[in-house]
Structures are given as C-alpha cells and as structure tokens.
Design a protein around this ligand. Sequence first.
Ligand code: ADP
Ligand code: MG
Length: 400
Amino acid sequence: TDAPRDTLRAGTATGDADVRERFRELFDRTADGVWAAPGRVNVIGEHTDYNDGFVLPIALPHTARVAAARRTDGLFRFASTQTSVGSDADIAVVSVDELAPGAVHGWAAYPAGVAWVLLADGHRLTGADVLIDSDVPTGAGLSSSAALECGTGLALNDLFDAGLTDAELARVAQRAENDFVGVPCGILDQTASMRCTAGHALFYDTRAGLAEQVPFDLAAEGLRLLVIDTRVQHALGDGAYASRRAACEAAAEELGVPALRDIGLAELDGALERLQDDERRRRTRHVVTENARVLEFVERLRAGALRDAGDLMVASHASCRDDYEISCAELDLAVEASLAAGALGARMTGGGFGGSAIALVEADAAEAVADAVRAAFAEAGHAAPRVFTAVPSAGATRIA
Ligand code: ADP
Ligand code: MG
C-alpha cells in the first residue's frame, strides 16, 4: 500500500457502502445511517488549546465512518473493522445502567464515553449498534481518537434527536476523552473534526469559542502541505502531556492570570522575569510565542502570503523542540530534511513525542522533498515514514 510513488496522493475515504455491508454482516440488521468524521493536522498552534489560546487546524480526507442503528433495550454494542471484527468477542457490549468510567476498556472507551456524556447530560439514549471503519492512522498525531468520538457523537445526536450543535458535540467528545478515557486533552482535535470545512483552515479561539474559516487553497498557490508520519507511536498517556499542562497552569497562577493566553508577546519578558522556575519559564515562552505565531500566520493567510508563512512553522518547531520539549529525533529529522530539500516551512504537528510532521512545499518540489525525507530516515536507520499530501477537507457529517 505504500509504493513510494503512490504515497503523495491524498488518502481518500471509501464510501458508505462497505461499512453498511459489514454492519449488516456483524449485527444482522440494517444501519439507520452512516456518519463520517475526519482526522486533522494542526497547521500551527501546538499545546495552546488548553491555555485558552489559538489553533489553526485543517481536516484531512481520512475519516472514521460510523454505521449505527438505534436499539431500544438499553444495550450499546461497539465494533471496529480496525480491531479484527469477526467474532462476538470483538464486540464491546455495555448497558446504559453499567456505563461509567472504568466500565469499558480499550478502544471502545472512546465511543462508549461519548454515549456516557450524552446520558449524563440528560439525553435519552436507549442503546445502539455502532460499527466504526476508519482510515485515519492511529497514534500518528492525526487525531484518530477525535474522529472516532466525533463520528459516534454525530451519529447518536441524529439517532436520538439530541439537537446538539457541532460546537456542543466537540465538547461532548472532549469530555468523553477527558473523563471517560482519561486523556487530559484540550479542545483542538474535536473542534477540528467537527468544524473544519473543505478548502479552509479553521482559525479557532479556544477561549471565545470563535471559529473563522480562513481560505487555505494550497493548490491555487502552487503549494502542497505534506504530512510525514514518522510511524513513531506517541503515547500521550505517559504523563508527559499532563505534566506540560500542569506546568502551564502553575505558571498562569504564579503570574496571576486565568491562563497563559492572557500574556501577550509584549508582556512576555516581564512575565519570564517573575517566574522562579526555569521549566515554567520555557513552557510559558512556548505558549506565548506560539499564540503570536498563530495570529501572524492567519494574517499572512488573509493577505494571500502563505508562501511567506514557512518561517513561522520553522520557529514553531524550534519552540516545540527546545522550550516545550515535545519533539523527538524522528520529528526533528523530518523537519530538517524537508527544509534542506527546499521546503518553505516544516514543523512537528500534534501532541508530540512521535506522530507526524508537516512540510509546506512548492507543488513541483513535493516529490523531491518526500524522497529526501525518506532517504534521511533510511540513512539514520529509522523505519520508513509514510508521506502524503494533506488536502483541507470537510468536517464531520452524515454521509448516508
Ligand atoms: P491519535 O488520536 O493521535 O491517533 P490517540 O492515542 O489519541 O492517537 O488515539 C488512538 C487510539 O484511538 C487507538 O489506540 C485506539 O484506541 C483508538 N482508535 C482510533 N481509531 C480506531 C479505530 N478505527 N478502531 C478502533 N480504535 C481506534
Ligand atoms: Mg487523539
């Protein structure tokens, strides 16, 4: 599947027919509908979401497709074609009464958590059969988990007429991940999956909850955005994410502000002088400068100067690597090799410690940059990365 010349094509979601057919085979009934929610890449604005800051994601064409049908007996059954569906043992079954954090283990906690949040909010869910079929690479920093949650949320919202908006469903999905799965993520991934639109980047102010669709027409400008999946599996549950979050919250408290969002670039030097702890200083510097970079990136996008925005990506990567300490050798190499081969900008994307990098390149240089990255990985003895083109795609929607 990864023939070298093939990999720059965007991944395309298959239609709804396959997942409908599998649903019928597995549950011996017809799905009431099929929903699709995408993975994402964050163009810039890393680890700013839980600091009330700014982010700029695009949705990928890769989606989690969710075929679902209502039940009336209080049972939820969850299955995924990515976890070798075929026997009853592969289906996670839980009743409305049992649904509580800790009651569902493994991957099914993501969709079960969404049902739990909706029930906790008073929506009258009476059970459902749910089959997930996703082509979002997992653990690659491309938000396969948010795709799973958002696709499930949208399906349950429709099946039970819960009437939630996309913004509300993003919150539901985030709470499922925070409180049911136990990952202290911010709102970036779920907002991107729910609210991105094709051909745009989503400029999102996480404090205000304000979303602006900024035209992001790479092709029209003769550009491409490459995703370089290092295939190093990140594991954000290992405490590194939580410790970054804690350092930011402690710094904000020490500085007497609700969140690091409240420190502007002009106040940064003064703030750094007041912080006692070097780690907190570096985390603060990352968040404050990263927020400023998002705003500047958006300005350049609006001005039609995407080509000039590459330096912001490079600065973002350096800040993630040096001040926030969330990069790794493979991500650094992906960025360095891309830039050396002529990329206009490159940076790690997502939570870090593995996962993916992105590179902004002239369209006609894309193959050369991808080849250079592959060669550098081979040279360094790393497993071959998966490289593809990110096409800004649609957010979560019902497809059948
Ligand atoms: P990311 O969101 O960056 O891909 P996470 O660690 O947040 O990484 O989420 C990955 C987890 O989400 C997987 O380990 C698995 O539990 C779950 N997951 C994602 N996609 C699927 C799928 N298609 N089927 C089953 N589980 C999935
Ligand atoms: Mg995730």
